[in-house]
Write a protein that binds this ligand. Structure first.
Ligand code: 2BA
Length: 109
């Protein structure tokens, strides 16, 4: 068994949730925050038997798409700490960031 941990954009959550339910794949959703953008995203925990890993990854891939997001970092201007200028830059977010890890035991009490 594997645990698939997938960080997805909030805009893709309902589509992915619906697909997982339809395909009978159990999942848990956690509200999470990206370390870089500090914007909300959603982390799915999906436990699946080994033979369903590839199809589950394909479901995640099909449900999540990349988007451009503008971020305005603060950049120092000159030597004074309080002198800052900000300008927006575009970063590509997603589709999904996925980790697949081995599960030692799966227990339900
Ligand atoms: P964030 O950390 O908010 O990152 C959003 C997007 O910003 C990233 O998209 C990437 O394009 C860009 N980015 C991240 N760190 C950067 C940096 N130091 N410099 C320049 N640009 C940077 P994705 O790579 O698609 O990641 C989407 C979200 O997936 C991330 O949101 C984070 O929540 C998660 N994630 C990505 N890589 C991860 C990792 N190695 N471990 C855990 N979570 C990760």
């Amino acid at each position: 068994m594997k645990l698939i941990i997938a960080v997805v954009q909030d805009k893709d959550v309902s589509k992915l949730s619906e697909r997982l339910v339809k395909e009978g794949i159990g999942a848990t959703k956690l509200a999470s925050t990206g370390g870089f953008l500090r914007a909300g995203n959603t982390t799915f925990l999906v436990g699946v038997d080994d033979e369903r890993v590839e199809s589950t990854l394909q479901t995640i891939k099909d449900s999540c798409r990349a988007r451009e997001q503008l971020v305005t970092p603060m950049s120092p201007l000159g030597s004074q700490v309080e002198a800052y200028v900000s300008f927006p830059i575009s970063v590509q977010v997603g589709g999904a960031t996925v980790f697949v890890v081995d599960v030692d035991q799966f227990l339900q009490f």
